[in-house]
Ligand binder design. Structure first.
Ligand code: FAD
Length: 468
């Protein structure tokens, strides 16, 4: 006899599902592709969760209403979001922290340098790794059977119903199943295929780095789409950050992110600016910069600051290139010095400096230069000067499985009665494009909890039905 609920995946969404199903009294088995020491997927790299709240709550100051959260999502996604599922995520984010605490997760106010998020984001004490470890400990206590080195390669599905999961020659049956096996961001071949070749004949994805786990290969996502599960999202849409070009191919994590973009200017390998660096607060904009860099020649760009910016952003793990003058900096970056100086001089002359304040959308802006810099525009004129070479860092992909408020996988518009999905595998329902910091964990927690509850309920209903 198989288990009641089979959970496939080993990150936050899978663990939330496993814990909820176990709390509801179901027997649960969790299959994690990674070995124990690499368990937890991208969730192990996280720092915080975006939470709605109507008044100050433990580590969160002020208020962050459902409407404001929704408007933020609407803005970053350009309306490519399912309002019903987005609002469900938002409401769940206001109530999940006590439950998380009951499973050993601790929260703390943001560390200095994490600007603009004290109101909206609750930080995990010890980061995502501590969260994942706490959830695994709690799952073990609740009797969840955990298997590591357990990559599922296919499912047996009969008319939209889950029957069994396969790992090579091993067949694992269960009454219901939750899929929470991440996106396909770690699959470089799939990224290459999705991004294709650009007008210059380059394969942009060959220059992408993967910020998180190497285990999210999208094997089950591809399999489910081939089985006729309803898709959501576009394969080229992803959370993509500009990260240090020296970061490792996988698992560079948070410390390789370059967070000084809004304090300076960014130029491409032709030494030209290409986007408004001060468009909005960094937590609302950092996730578009990977994509912007991906569209530049060589998929490389340079974030340039002067000494006025030092101390105003979280320093990355590797030191930047430093120079006593701007021409020297251009030389060290192997950029055309004349073009670089023209770009920087044009920018400096265009700056209309008001009252600089990095904590609000201030009035420091440019006039008469394209692209404009609409906030925090200050001249870059105070030595030493610094530059960070950046490349696109893929956090997670948005192509996934369409779902509804029960987290059911759908086939031809019909919800499966025993197959559910959570986390990155369905985040595209809420995130058609863009990102706002902390919402990945809000989606994974909300839908992980819903999927676990529904899977336990469905298992009980099916077993009761079968016994009657
Ligand atoms: C560096 C970094 C920082 C981030 N910071 C934040 C943050 O601060 N806040 C935030 O909200 N989001 C953040 N994110 C995004 C966040 O990690 C994701 O939104 C969230 O973790 C998704 O959870 P998940 O459980 O769906 O995926 P994951 O945590 O990636 O889990 C997927 C799991 O599935 C397993 N798996 C994959 N394929 C198979 C298979 N075939 N069989 C069995 N198991 C399989 C993997 O091993 C992994 O355990 C960050 C991501 C990265 C990479």
């Amino acid at each position: 006899m198989g288990t009641d609920v089979l959970v496939i995946g080993g990150g936050n969404a899978a663990l939330c599902a496993a814990l909820m199903a176990a709390e509801a009294g179901a027997s649960v088995t969790l299959l994690e592709a990674a070995p124990r020491e690499w368990r937890g997927g991208n969730s192990g790299h996280t720092r915080n969760l975006r939470c709605m709240h109507d008044a100050p709550q433990d580590v969160l100051v002020d208020a962050y209403s459902e409407e404001e959260f929704w408007q933020d999502l609407l803005k970053v996604t350009g309306g490519i979001t399912n309002e019903k599922l987005a609002r469900l995520t938002i409401r769940e984010s206001s109530t999940c922290r006590d439950w998380m605490r009951s499973h050993g997760v601790h929260f703390q106010p943001p560390l200095s340098g994490a600007l603009h998020v004290a109101r909206t984001n609750a930080f995990f004490m010890g980061g995502g790794k501590a969260l994942v470890n706490a959830f695994y400990r709690s799952a073990e206590k609740l009797g969840v059977k955990i298997r590591y080195n357990a990559p599922v390669d296919r499912l047996e599905i009969d008319k939209g119903r889950f029957v069994a999961a396969w790992m090579g020659e091993e067949r694992i049956t269960a009454t219901t199943c939750v899929l929470a096996a991440g996106g396909f961001e770690s699959n470089r071949e799939w990224l290459r295929e999705a991004w294709g070749q650009n007008a210059q004949g380059e394969w942009p994805a060959d220059n992408f780095l993967i910020r998180g786990t190497r285990f999210n290969q999208g094997v089950l996502l591809k399999h489910m789409l081939a089985q006729g599960a309803d898709p959501i999202g576009d394969a080229t849409q992803a959370h993509m950050v500009a990260i240090d070009a020296r970061a490792p191919l996988y698992d560079g994590g948070i410390c390789t992110r370059i967070d000084c973009v809004s304090l300076g200017v960014v130029v491409n390998t032709e030494a030209r600016r290409f986007y408004d660096e001060g468009e909005d607060f960094w937590p609302k904009r950092y996730a578009i910069w990977g994509r912007l860099v991906a569209q530049q020649p060589g998929q490389t760009a340079y974030s340039i600051i002067d000494s006025k910016a030092i101390g105003r952003f979280m320093p990355p793990v590797f030191e930047g290139v430093q120079a006593a003058s701007l021409p020297e900096l251009a030389g060290k970056l192997s950029l055309d010095v004349d073009t670089f100086m023209q770009t920087l001089n044009n920018y400096n002359h265009a700056c209309r400096i008001g009252t600089f304040d990095h904590t609000v959308l201030d009035d420091c802006h440019t006039e008469g230069v394209s692209p404009a810099k609409t906030h925090w525009a200050r001249t870059i004129d105070t030595a030493p000067f610094y530059a960070y070479a950046v490349r696109p860092g893929v956090t997670f992909t948005y192509l996934g499985l369409e779902t509804d408020e029960t987290a059911a996988v759908r086939f031809g518009g019909v919800p499966s009665d025993n197959l559910f999905v959570a986390g990155e595998m369905m985040a595209g329902n809420v995130l058609g494009k863009g990102y706002t910091a902390g919402v990945g964990m809000s989606i994974g927690t909300a839908f992980g909890r819903i999927a676990g509850t529904q899977a336990a309920l469905a298992a009980r209903a099916m077993q009761t039905g079968a016994a009657a």
